[in-house]
Ligand binder design. Structure first.
Ligand code: ZN
Length: 199
């Protein structure tokens, strides 16, 4: 399906899932294969994600690949003059224009591989991810394992109390959980809120 063929056709691949689902590892795996095939690869991420190094896409298992942090999606078009493959990590944090950017790149014969969180901690579609999935030729959903019951996890449950939608963090801030555990927790949180309001 994802052949690193020499003819420049151009298409969009989306790799998405919850926290700890291995989506960045999958992005890196595909990009490294393209590099082995001597293709010119450029990688970008939004500047908001500065958890580790400023210049590397780093996954939790510490496999890293060089990457350029950009302020907004439009900048990507300016920096991809002569490439075969463009990788984009943490795409959920980009502005809505990232969809047009990816389409433009693919229209010009570039293979675009986008990784990001498909849902926020409340279980809602995250930023431009749904639109990216709609225009992509290939969508891969990867899963973590639910820390509570061992089922496949598709939700990122936030452990901290902050009401901010974007909380960047590692193991201490989120845990991957399945649909059923997510619903159970949502129910408990609603009950706790009603009790607090009654007081
Ligand atoms: Zn579960």
């Amino acid at each position: 399906m994802f052949l690193e063929s020499a003819n420049r056709a151009g298409w969009i691949e989306v790799v998405c899932g919850s926290m700890f689902s291995g989506k960045t590892e999958e992005l890196i795996r595909r990009l490294k294969r393209a590099q082995f095939a001597r293709q010119r690869v450029e990688i970008f991420k939004p500047k908001v994600d500065v958890r580790y190094s400023e210049e590397d896409v780093v996954s939790h298992d510490a496999t890293a690949i060089r990457c350029t942090p950009v302020e907004n999606s439009g900048t990507i078009l300016l920096l991809t003059g002569d490439v075969d493959v463009v990788g984009i990590d943490e795409a959920q944090f980009f502005d809505a224009n990232i969809v047009t950017v990816c389409k433009t790149l693919a229209d010009h014969g570039i293979r675009v591989i986008v990784a990001g969180l498909d849902m926020d901690y409340q279980g809602n579609p995250f930023g431009p991810m749904p639109a990216l999935m709609a225009v992509a030729e290939y969508v891969t959903k990867v899963h973590a394992v639910c820390v509570r019951c061992g089922n496949l996890a598709n939700h990122s449950h936030r452990l901290s109390d902050s009401d901010k939608l974007v909380v960047l963090g590692e193991f201490q801030d989120y845990e991957p959980i399945c649909r059923h555990c997510f619903n159970e927790l949502q129910g408990k949180e609603r009950e706790a809120k009603v009790e607090a309001d009654d007081r």
